[in-house]
Design a protein around this ligand. Structure first.
Ligand SMILES: O=C(CO)[C@H](O)[C@H](O)COP(=O)(O)O
Length: 223
């Protein structure tokens, strides 16, 4: 199976998970990226069972709306039953690196509201230790140089994502060379740097369920 076929397989498994676990009329959070896009496509036939969807990015909003889904404003919603999203890396404890698509801040907000975070990945994303994938950090533009210096002190090499502006009007620094042995601690340390909006470590609020596509099957891993 190619990586793309694994992404499609796990997207269909996520659709089945939602059909089995989300009550009719409840609200679903939807992530960002190529795996999430396959999930949106798979979800469309059951759109009338949903009370509405919350998008984690402008791109996802447009795709959901284009498929005829009712896209709600998070400020009008108190409760999201399930949030389905991909990841760039996920470890055994279901802590993740996210933000390869630059949507980390909105993804973190939607994840914080959701009861259950379902991560959908192909096997290449499953790692023993997070950090091979550069850690995205969303930064207020005027703080770029200050934040980069602070991130270097934490042992990483930050690189500006050239030509990229987030949905929130900010910049992304991708931090290379981090070996992340204590993801929860590092997540809090980076959030504590003045000028950081959020970082792509999802450890304090990791996934609750991992649907992991291998070349032969989709495995279900629970926290
Ligand atoms: O965090 C993300 C976007 O900000 C994505 O979930 C992550 O980059 C995985 O993307 P893909 O499914 O395309 O591999």
């Amino acid at each position: 199976m190619t990586q793309d076929e694994m992404k499609q397989a796990v997207a269909h498994a996520a659709r089945d998970y939602v059909a089995a676990h989300l009550p009719v009329g409840a609200i679903l959070g939807v992530g960002t990226g190529s795996t999430a896009n396959y999930f949106i496509d798979a979800l469309t036939p059951m759109k009338d069972r949903l009370g509405g969807v919350i998008a984690s990015s402008e791109a996802t909003h447009q795709r959901l709306a284009g498929h005829g889904m009712l896209v709600l404003d998070l400020n009008d919603v108190e409760h999201i039953g399930i949030y389905v999203d991909g990841a760039d890396e996920i470890d055994e404890s279901l802590a993740m690196i996210k933000g390869g698509g630059g949507a980390l801040t909105r993804e973190k907000i939607v994840a914080a509201v959701a009861d259950t975070f379902v991560c959908i990945c192909d096997a290449s994303k499953h790692v023993a230790t997070l950090g091979r994938f550069p850690l995205p950090v969303e930064v207020i533009p005027m703080a770029r140089a200050h934040v980069a210096r602070q991130l270097s002190q934490l042992g990483g090499t930050p690189k500006l994502r050239e030509g990229f502006i987030t949905d929130n009007g900010n910049l992304i620094l991708d931090v290379h060379g981090l070996r992340i042995n204590q993801p929860t601690t590092l997540e809090s340390q980076i959030d504590g740097i003045a000028g950081v909006v959020s970082n792509g470590l999802f450890a304090r609020r990791g996934a609750d369920v991992l649907l992991l596509a291998t070349s032969s099957a989709v495995k279900v891993v629970k926290r």
